[in-house]
Design a binder for this molecule. Structure first.
Ligand code: AMP
Ligand code: ZN
Length: 112
């Protein structure tokens, strides 16, 4: 997806503050943080949104969910964190490359 900003971040064509990377996923700091820790976890495979997920993506999504608490723990969210996946226009999605927001590190978050 040549016009996808998150694919460009993975490829290094748009700068980002990388927190973690492996063969399947890339994690970086949100450019407009809503909490002291605000990370975005994305798969290297371009999937537009949670609404576009197919059976073949189940292992990848499971892998991401397994990595979330590990990365949260390593980045200052030992006492808890919030995960958000915005999906579609009415879900508030702005970037159409599936991503998990990881928020925390600054006391109890307000009810969402
Ligand atoms: P969403 O509304 O769930 O699609 O969230 C998109 C998120 O991407 C927002 O929180 C933005 O602040 C963030 N974002 C957009 N562009 C960048 C960028 N170049 N680097 C880091 N975060 C970004
Ligand atoms: Zn993409």
């Amino acid at each position: 997806m040549s016009d996808c900003i998150f694919c460009k971040i993975i490829d290094g064509n748009i700068p980002s503050e990388k927190v973690y990377e492996d063969e399947k996923i890339y994690v970086f700091k949100d450019i407009a943080p809503k909490a002291p820790v605000h990370l975005l976890m994305i798969p290297k495979l371009h999937i537009a949104s949670l609404a576009e997920v197919e059976d073949q993506h189940q292992d990848l999504l499971g892998y991401m969910m397994r990595k979330v608490p590990q990365i949260a723990h390593e980045t200052g969210c030992e006492k808890g964190f919030r995960t958000i996946i915005n999906t579609g226009d009415e879900g508030g999605q702005e970037v159409y490359h599936i991503h998990i927001h990881i928020l925390g590190g600054g006391g109890r978050l307000p009810f969402a």
